[in-house]
Design a protein around this ligand. Sequence first.
Ligand code: TRP
Length: 363
Amino acid sequence: MTDQNNTPSQADDKKKIVVSGIRSTGNLHLGNYYGALSKFLRMQDDYDCRFFIADLHALTTNPDPKQLHESVKNILAEYLAAGLDPEKSTLYVQSDVPEIPEMYLLLNMHVGIGELMRTASFKDKARKALGLTGEGDEIEKEIIGNEKSQARVNAGLLTYPTLMAVDILIHHADFVPVGKDQEQHLELTRRFARRFNSFYGVDYFGEPVNFNFGGEALKVPGLDGSGKMGKSEGNCIYLIDDEKTLRKKVMRAVTDEGPKEPNQKPSQPVENLFTLMELVSEPEVVKHYRDAYADMSIRYGDMKKQLAEDILKVTLPIRERILDIRSNDEYLSKVVRQGAERARAFAADTLKDVREIMGIRKI
Ligand code: TRP
């Protein structure tokens, strides 16, 4: 047997371990679907997959008890509706596995405040929390603040990478399918693993790597003409969007005044629509509109109608299943109970070893 990277696996009967998580903030959108979920679906059969909902990570920004709980349920229903199979993969909620927070405490003893403060995602989020707009280097001073300052950056945000490393290392993951924005966290995970091994003189943790089926990490553009699809208004198509909402969003997508000369390079907003089309439409449909753009006969209205139609072909069946699954509390709780049980068994083994290695032993 060979894995997707064409390296023979050590033991044929032992599947490589895959771990990935998604934060429970809001609903899943097309960016999540094509960026992450579709990869998860392709990995289910060939790997030992453990996918989870990172609700503890979600708490690091805008904690809201009601929203958090709803979000966890929504995302679980969306995972299942998109095709993740609880019989093939271990699907669980992060907070259902208490071994994770315990190991997080232990691993934090080997993590430097400085390296955490230098992490790009922390700097971004800390800037937001403090209401800073500039790119200045004064951020450390602002974070420390003084007794009178009201603004505060929570410590959970700082130690986000420790928690993420534990999510991964507690399973001894080989592969971690994530987007480009998570590369730095994965790099830290490997560094923490090496440090733990060398500090205790053991060869305990391996070094997990990203996984993209040999391709580049995919970037799904948004509808507002700017960067990638995210949760900001007007930019995002959710799997749960109904037909009317979805059509309206696509029809309102930002374009330009049309090509000014034959064969010109499309502007960013128009190229974004082509990129979306390449994800959802047949190649001949994409070619038809590319050609129409090149010979300047394109009508953006027609193109958007077609795009909406083809997105709906992907999302509507998923939406139907989401609504169905979301209303079945009994099924949802059965799935997470079973998932937590399996995840806890793996996690408990690792935690037992880690405690032993660190010298936490029964008297
Ligand atoms: N930080 C990831 C994100 O924001 C979510 C995440 C948490 C994760 N723990 C993980 C991803 C472990 C992969 C593995 O997308």
